[in-house]
Design a protein around this ligand. Structure first.
Ligand code: FDA
Length: 325
């Protein structure tokens, strides 16, 4: 899709304000602002509570979709707040078990939500605990990828904590030039790799922009993982790319699944499921949806107009679950 220069400027501005922590705090602490933006967020967030995430997961699981559950949040600034996020993730893993969701149900999270913004040691300790707890419950984990400034630290924590655990995977962003080497290194570990194009605004010398070159690169990374028969989640809403993957018969490989974000292109994921491919949905819940919403608006500028209309007329917002039936 080709966007106007104004839409592209708005997209860049949104990616920049996504990282604005004072703005995020102001939003969370000002009930009127939070309430005004919530109707726009509801198109992408299952609800504010764990219960909402679990209920949506149950419904979508019964339709045959695999699930990633995510407690929204990142860049947690104090040890106490990281501890609280950890408690929530542990409670989530218990709730997944209690709800009898399928074993391959996965909890997806940012390492900066549970410690990385305070210290690498805290992130590692919390990560080790999550790895152990989920292993005992037979639940999977997926580490989300954050800005490239944090990449070395994320890889270090992941490589130390997940070396022997096939139930723990990691996300790699294709737009970063270094991802080819990272993919090679990570395929020595047993965990699933989720490939995404990359949501964060990055300096030119580190990452390429959206376009044909990035699509080629995404394809070549997928080809490498498919040919190595490594467990792979292809996370994209790009219909042309998916058609090409289908043409090359890579989606039919038993270790490959197609993954999309809740509320984005439900029609396309449904079509993939009906074609017999393994499909999975990323279901976020919680109140810290600020950065997540900014990214969803930035990567598809028509969403900005929709969000504006949702905020002015909240009754028009509909949760997307029924679109997956
Ligand atoms: P692209 O942005 O090229 O868009 C292609 C087409 O898809 C658009 O023309 C439009 O039709 C549709 N589309 C894309 N986004 C849309 C939206 N928000 N609303 C409506 N239509 C949309 N990133 C990251 O940096 N770290 C991470 O850990 C993750 N995790 C993650 C998990 C999962 C399951 C997914 C699907 C994505 C992520 N991402 C991510 C986000 C990812 O990097 C990327 O920003 C988005 O998926 C958008 O890129 P696409 O590949 O969809 O294509």
């Amino acid at each position: 899709m080709v966007y106007s220069p104004e839409e592209l400027d708005a997209s860049l501005a949104l990616k920049a304000i996504a990282r604005n922590t004072p703005l995020k705090s102001a939003l969370l602490q000002t009930p009127a602002v939070y309430a005004a933006l919530w109707p726009a967020a509801r198109r992408f967030i299952t609800g504010e509570t764990r219960k909402a995430g679990i209920e949506t997961a149950k419904t979508l699981t019964s339709l045959g979709y695999g699930i990633f559950l995510a407690y929204a949040g990142e860049n947690t600034g104090t040890e106490q707040a990281c501890q609280a996020a950890m408690e929530e993730l542990l409670a989530l893993s218990q709730a997944v078990e209690t709800a009898s969701l399928p074993k391959e149900t996965t909890i997806s999270f940012d390492l900066s939500h549970i410690g990385l913004s305070v210290s690498q040691r805290l992130a590692r300790d919390h990560f080790f605990r999550l790895v152990q707890e989920t292993k005992e419950r037979g639940i999977c984990l997926m580490v989300d990828m954050e800005e490239s400034d944090k990449l070395e630290a994320i890889l270090e924590v992941y490589q130390q904590g997940a070396a022997h655990y096939p139930h723990v995977g990691i996300t790699l962003a294709a737009h970063l030039y270094r991802t080819e080497q990272d993919l090679e290194a990570l395929m020595h570990l047993p965990g699933k790799i989720r490939l995404v194009k990359g949501a964060y605004q990055e300096p030119e010398e580190r990452a390429m922009k959206r376009g044909e070159a990035l699509d080629e690169r995404f394809l070549s990374l997928i080809e490498r993982a498919v040919s190595a028969q490594h467990p792979l989640s292809i996370a994209t809403h790009d219909q042309h790319l998916l058609q090409e993957l289908e043409r090359r018969k890579w989606l039919a490989a038993p270790q490959v699944e197609v993954e999309m974000l809740y509320g984005v292109r439900p029609d396309l994921l449904k079509q993939m499921k009906q074609a017999g491919y393994q499909t999975r949905l990323y279901l976020p819940y919680g109140t810290e949806w600020y950065l997540y919403l900014c990214h969803r608006l930035a990567e598809y500028p028509p969403n900005i107009y929709q969000a504006l209309a949702d905020c002015v007329q909240p009754s028009r917002t509909q949760q997307p679950t029924s679109n997956y039936f």
